[in-house]
Design a protein around this ligand. Structure first.
Ligand code: CO
Length: 509
């Protein structure tokens, strides 16, 4: 269903929590098949592979995990070839997954509250966190990497999804090092003569936190890295880039390690959000040791990191950023408060209406004066932003999101929203009342992904939708120009709600 926004459509609840919950069941089987049940037509020009990551197991042998963020990572690969599509899913054979499957029980403490059975005594001083590799998956430099922000990536075979082991990025990482789960691809890096490069960050937490931004060539080779040390604890999940800067929002949170060390609470439960404290915005230049980075004069591009203060609430995800004269402009999804992970709460019983919605805001930071202006784009509850890959770091007209069906209030993601920031137009494709969507991925209609060829919205949006009526999931393909559904590929089973993924033009069947 496509509709232009009409506030009248939201008079009744568009979802049913019991139905929503069913998308959070483990998928224990691994599949390989050509998708036969297709409604509509898969565009013949859509060729490549969509990789998705997310928690596939919500229990270990019947012992429920406390929070989906603690679930073992499972990769889905949907490969498109000449109008057909192939599905494959595999569990990442992490050390923790293999040990727990062998033992038939939970052996590790989860970051978000999954305790080993045995109460606080069993958890006392057990600091060994399980690298569950469940947050994102990227294909870069010939490697398929499953990412989890608190540890090293796992490398997989892109064709078979077989786990090849931990990957240390040619010696860049040491055992136990963190590597972020939110890389960005700069489609045309000024410093590299217009070649694309991949940026990702790593955080070493402590009394002050060290943020390192790595930049990699298409071959996978490290090109440069920049570091900033910021006072205080950092809980940073995502960042944003422009041609000359990397930008981080240091959310106003503190970490109290005592209950964690004592085994009473998980690490995630020891994070406290302070709604009345400022958010710090850390701007780190991307240059080589403060050298001229081209395009702008020395005096215009700051060579030192800067920290600015504003109010944002809590931010997980940024949609995009760009430079406009002295200003760095960022579109980010902000929450008034961070819901705390409660030790006794069951995420399946989430009271959606009681939580703050995530909403899109624009921040304009004058890096010369430190002045910051902010403005809300839209009240609608949105998450998982995406855009044309050639617009990353550049000024954009269109953004796409997983969104609530209703225009106001917090609710599960049932729709895909397109925002036209130039005209103010909004278009919504909704799967309500039975469907629950995942992150949309934008695939340009033209095979050259580092340039906008034709219109900025010429392309497709791919999203996995859980359908509570059939108890199965489907991959839905939308035309990003008018948000019309082109095809719905019904899978033979459900896929638990996932986190992030990416598309590559290489087709791995
Ligand atoms: Co994320």
């Amino acid at each position: 269903m496509t509709s232009t926004l009409n506030p009248a459509i939201a008079s009744e609840k568009s979802y049913n929590r019991n139905e929503w919950q069913r998308g959070y069941r483990s998928l224990k089987q691994e599949f390989d098949y050509w998708i036969e049940e297709v409604e509509g037509t898969i565009p013949a020009e859509l060729n490549g592979t969509l990789f998705r990551n997310g928690p596939g197991l919500l229990d270990v042998n019947g012992q429920r995990i406390h929070h989906p963020f603690d679930g073992d990572g499972m990769i889905c690969a949907i490969a498109f070839q000449n109008g057909r599509a192939h599905f494959r899913n595999r569990y990442i054979q992490t050390e923790g997954y293999l040990a727990e499957q062998e033992a038939g029980k939970i052996l590790y403490r989860g970051v978000f509250g999954t305790d080993k059975p045995g109460g606080w005594l069993a958890n006392l001083f057990d600091l060994k966190l399980k690298n569950i590799a469940n947050t994102n998956v990227i294909y870069w430099g010939g490697k398929l990497l499953a990412l989890w922000e608190a540890a090293e990536p796992y490398r997989l075979d892109p064709a078979t999804l077989e786990t090849l082991g931990l990957d240390y990025l040619d010696g860049l990482l040491k055992p136990g090092d963190a590597f972020g789960a939110h890389p960005w691809i700069d489609p045309a890096c000024e410093q590299d003569g217009g070649a694309p490069c991949l940026l990702n960050f790593a955080i070493k937490p402590g009394l002050s936190s060290k943020i390192t931004v790595h930049e990699f060539a298409p071959s996978g080779k490290l090109l440069r890295q920049n570091t900033a040390t910021v006072p205080g604890f950092c809980f940073i999940h995502d960042f944003a880039i422009t041609p000359h800067y990397s930008i981080f929002f240091q959310n106003p949170v503190t970490f109290n390690p005592i209950p964690f060390l004592a085994g009473l609470r998980s690490a995630g439960e020891c994070i406290q959000f302070h709604p009345n404290r400022a958010t710090k915005i850390v701007v780190i230049p991307r240059g080589d040791g403060g050298q001229r980075t081209g395009g702008k004069g020395d005096e215009e591009v700051r060579s030192q990191s800067s920290i600015f203060e504003t109010h944002s609430g809590f931010v997980f995800h940024h949609a995009n950023a760009f430079e406009d004269g002295d200003e760095v402009v960022i579109d980010s999804i902000c929450y008034d408060s961070l819901p705390s992970v409660e030790p006794d709460a069951d995420f399946r019983e989430t009271n959606f209406g009681a939580l703050d919605p995530g909403q899109l805001w624009r921040f304009r930071i004058n890096v010369r004066t430190g002045n910051i202006q902010r403005q809300m784009w839209d009240q609608r509850c949105v998450e998982f932003p995406t855009l044309h890959p050639a617009k990353v770091g550049r000024s954009h007209r269109y953004l796409y999101f997983a969104a609530a069906h209703a225009p106001t209030g917090n609710a599960p993601n049932q729709a895909i929203l397109k925002m036209d920031l130039e005209s103010g137009g909004r278009q919504l494709w909704s799967a309500a009342p039975w469907g629950y969507v995942s992150e949309p991925v934008f695939v340009p209609g033209h095979p050259n992904h580092s340039q906008v060829v034709g219109a900025e919205d010429d392309g497709w949006l791919l999203t996995l939708v859980f359908d509570a009526r059939s108890d199965r999931s489907a991959l839905v393909i939308l035309d990003a120009r008018d948000m019309r559904q082109l095809a719905r590929l019904n899978l033979r089973h459900h896929v638990p709600y996932g986190l992030h993924g990416s598309f590559t033009t290489e087709c791995f069947v």
